[in-house]
Design a protein around this ligand. Sequence first.
Ligand SMILES: *Cc1c(COP(=O)(O)O)cnc(C)c1O
Length: 387
Amino acid sequence: MPQTTPTLPVYLDYAATTPVDDRVAAVMQRYLTVDQLYANPASRSHMLGWQAEQVVEQARRQVADAIGADPREIVWTSGATEADNLALTGFMRANRERGMHLVTSTIEHKAVVDTAHALEAEGFEVTWITPGGDGRVTPEQLRDAMRDDTALVSLMTVNNELGSVNDIAALADVAHEFGAALHTDAAQAIGRVPLDVGAQDIDLMSLSGHKAYGPKGVGALYVKRHPDIRVEALIHGGGHERGMRSGTLPTHQIAGMGEAFALMVQQGEADQAHIAALGERFLDGLAQLDDVHRNAASEASLPNIINVAFGGVDGESLLMALRDVAVSTGSACNSASVEPSYVLLGVGVPRRLALSSLRFSFGRFTTAADVDHAVGVLQHAVTGLRG
Ligand SMILES: *Cc1c(COP(=O)(O)O)cnc(C)c1O
C-alpha cells in the first residue's frame, strides 16, 4: 500500500514530453512582450530585427554544438514530426533520379511510419525492416534490405517506446556502401546517448525541443552540407531557412530549444547517471512481483525508458488503478477495440502481453520518492487485479 498520496500525480512519462527547465523558461521570457526583444528575426531594416536574428543564430549554434554539426546545417522546424516529414518526403522528392526506394523499420515513430506510407501512395517503394526482439536493426538486416535504387535509409537512434538504441554509425556505413543517405530520428537521443554527426557519418537528423526540457512546438532538422544531401521544401513562403522551411522564426521557442540543448551538453550525462540509479530501484521493486518482464531489454537499452509487461493483467485496467501515476500504454483505443502497440508487436511481444504492458519513463526531476510511490502502487494494483 502506498503510504502517502502526493497532490500531483507522479510523472513517469518523460518520453511523451518533459517539463521546460526553469533556466530555459527564463531565457524564453526575454523574447515576447513589448519591452523585450520581440522583433521579427527576418526584419533586415532595423536593429531590433538584427538583434533577434542574433538570438536565433546563437541558438542555432547551441543546437549544432550538441550534435557536432555546423550551425549552417540546422533547419528550424515546428518539431521532430515536421523534421521527419521534411527529411523523408523532402529528400525522396529531391532525389528521384537517384532512386525511388526508401528503407526504414516497422517500429519507427509514427512521424516516420506514416510519412513512409504517404510516400508509397506517391509512387515510392518502401522496404520495412522488422527489428530483432531487442528493438535493434542490425547492419546485416539493413544490408539485406538495400537495393541499387535505395536513395534513403531512415532508422531511429532511440526508440521512444522501448528505450532501445541502434548503432547508427554502423548502419550509416551500410547505407553509404550502397550510395544511399542516412536519416535518423534522434528526438529521444539528445542528452541520453552521444551524438556526433561527423563521427557517426549522419546525413539527416531530426530533433525536438520538448523531449529535452525545452518547449513544445519547436524542433530542427540537421541537413549535412554536401551537394548530395538536398531536401525539397514542404512549406513555401518567405524563403526562410535557406528555402528549406519558410515561416517566421519563433524567437522564444528557438532560444528555449538552444538553451535546453546547451544544458543537455552540460548535464545530460549526470542526468543519465541519476536516472540509471532510479531505473535500478524501479526494476528491483518490480522484481518482487511474479511474471513481470521488461520488453525488448538488452545491454543497449537506456535506463530512462522502461517498458514492462505485467503477465495476466490488462494494461488498461492497470492504468486505471494507477490514477496518481502518469504513465503510457502503447495501445491505441478505437471505438471497436483496444489495439496493442505496433512497436511491441513489431519486436515480437505476443498480443496478450503487449496489452498488459506499460511504459515508464524517467527524467531530470524524477526522485527516489516518485519511484517508490509508483512501485508501491504497482505492487498493490497488480496483486489486486490478479486477485
Ligand atoms: C516525440 C517524438 C517525435 C515527435 O516530436 P514532436 O516534436 O512532438 O513533433 C518524433 N520522434 C520521436 C522518436 C519522438 O519521441
